[in-house]
Design a protein around this ligand. Structure first.
Ligand code: APR
Length: 246
């Protein structure tokens, strides 16, 4: 057993307000590639072209090429042991909220109740012209026919946050509240380079929270972390839960 996991368990046992921030890395073991690792999504799609709101407004058809691929991958995905471990920590009343940058719905499917979707969710579509909202399941995405608004026929956008868009207000204010009250923050599977999400663990740490990072490699956050747990989250998080169950 990694000594750092033992140390993390000791801190968590004493915590009263622990939160987690998760990124694409927690879903890699569910078969969803992350963005910035080798072979990640941004290796194949330039985010400046495919992930900015300006690009979506200018050439929605091109951006939908990437969205179709993302939906195909996430639709077939199931939560992995890391998602279940965080749901278990919430169940054990250790974890108060999961703030996720992911749009794959896997935390909810694993049983986590208090999930703050910082970058929205791909299960909803919105019309940028008339504001109409739809469930993605109302359209047969497998036909690769780009979904259009049933009222004004404009191309719909997934309710996810593109670069250049604001974080949904509720997600922003809820997360800030949790970050300011946290006495421990688990940071799982994120490169911590995209703001304002990356500010969440820093805010918690600046107010005295213990920062525990779970990643395969060092990140921009690692120098702030109290504990670095190196390895696949699908392995390290269940090990942590096992210690807390005893
Ligand atoms: N276990 C733990 N960590 C992992 C695993 C794993 N099995 N697999 C990958 N990782 C780590 C990588 O080492 C990397 O540090 O997860 C991190 C993934 O980083 P990114 O690909 O940058 O994903 P993320 O941090 O979620 O990106 C943030 O950027 O493009 C935007 O909106 C997008 O929400 C996304 C945001």
């Amino acid at each position: 057993m990694d000594n750092n996991i033992l140390k993390a368990a000791g801190i968590i046992k004493k915590s009263k307000n622990m939160i987690a921030l998760t990124g694409a890395g927690i879903s890699v073991e569910s078969g969803i590639p992350d963005f910035r690792s080798a072979g990640g999504l941004w290796d194949r799609y330039d985010p400046a072209i495919y992930a900015s709101i300006q690009s979506f407004i200018r050439m929605p058809e091109k951006v939908w090429d990437m969205i179709f691929e993302m939906i195909e991958v996430t639709e077939g995905a199931a939560p992995n042991s890391a998602h279940f471990a965080l749901a278990k920590l919430e169940n054990m009343n250790y974890l108060k909220a999961v703030i996720t940058q992911n749009i794959d719905n896997l935390h909810q499917e694993a049983g986590s109740k208090n999930v703050i979707e910082y970058h929205g969710n791909a299960k909803q579509l919105v019309c940028m012209s008339c504001g109409a909202e739809y469930g993605a399941s109302e359209f047969d995405i497998s036909t690769k026919e780009i979904p259009r608004c049933k009222d004004c026929r404009k191309i719909l956008k997934p309710s996810v946050v593109f670069f250049g868009e604001n974080i949904p207000f509720n997600a922003l204010s809820e997360s800030q509240k949790f970050a300011e009250a946290a006495d421990a923050v688990l940071v799982v599977g994120t490169s911590a380079v995209v703001y304002p999400a990356a500010a969440i663990p820093r805010t918690a740490k600046s107010r005295g929270a213990a920062l525990i990072e779970f990643n395969l490699e060092r990140t921009e956050l690692s120098s702030y972390a109290d504990i670095l747990i190196n390895g696949s989250a699908g392995k390290t998080l269940p090990e942590l839960v096992k210690l807390l169950e005893n």
